[in-house]
Design a protein around this ligand. Structure first.
Ligand code: GRF
Length: 188
């Protein structure tokens, strides 16, 4: 069974979707550890409630490479095969990228390369696109770049608010992340 390390910073709904898929056998993997760089992340509580190992590794004030060395240590201690970023709000350095070369994936709430960065749903909404979506991609040093694994398209409907659109994208994210993982895990 391949071991996942999931990195979060907040709500953790993508992590939870992955964890549910593992629980009910849709995903053949084990969640070895959930790590948050923010101690108050709701996802940490969810992980603990699900009986998973949840580690708070605060990043505030820690230099980026030094932080990544700590991350690598925790992930290696737990024999992690694949690192899944799920709302992890911190740019990784070569320390992490090289330690887990080709084994770090991320989900972003737009059809990359459109709308990278923060508030991608609002960026798409404000631009006036009629179709947006979400992307799961391999992580490289550059933010929200890296080879695309899968994407899902989500329509912007006439009376949408940004909130309506974000919710529709989030539902698509949960499905896309699980499907992509099913696929990636057969290849590593
Ligand atoms: C998601 O929209 C994800 O695409 C982005 O950050 C958000 C995290 O949400 N990278 P959650 O913590 O998984 O609920």
């Amino acid at each position: 069974m391949k071991k996942l390390g999931i990195l979060i910073s907040g709500r953790g709904s993508n992590f939870e979707a992955i964890a549910r898929a593992v629980q009910d056998g849709r995903l053949q993997a084990q969640i070895a550890v959930v790590i948050s760089n923010r101690p108050e992340a709701k996802g940490l509580e969810t992980a603990r409630a699900m009986g998973l190992q949840a580690v708070s590794l605060p990043s505030k004030g820690v230099e980026r490479s030094a932080y990544d060395r700590q991350l690598v240590q925790v992930l290696r201690q737990n024999n992690v095969d694949l690192v899944c970023l799920a709302g992890f709000m911190r740019l990784l350095t070569p320390v992490m990228i090289q330690a887990f070369a080709g084994r770090i994936i991320n989900i972003h709430p737009s059809l990359l390369p459109a709308f990278p960065g923060l508030d991608a749903q609002k960026q798409a909404f404000d631009y006036g696109v009629k179709i947006t979506g979400c992307t799961v991609h391999y992580v490289i040093e550059e933010m929200d770049a890296g080879p695309i694994l899968r994407q899902a398209a989500v329509p912007v409907l006439p009376n949408d608010t940004v909130d309506d659109l974000s919710k529709r994208i989030l539902a698509a994210e949960h499905q896309l992340y699980v499907e992509t993982l099913q696929d990636v895990l057969t290849k590593i």
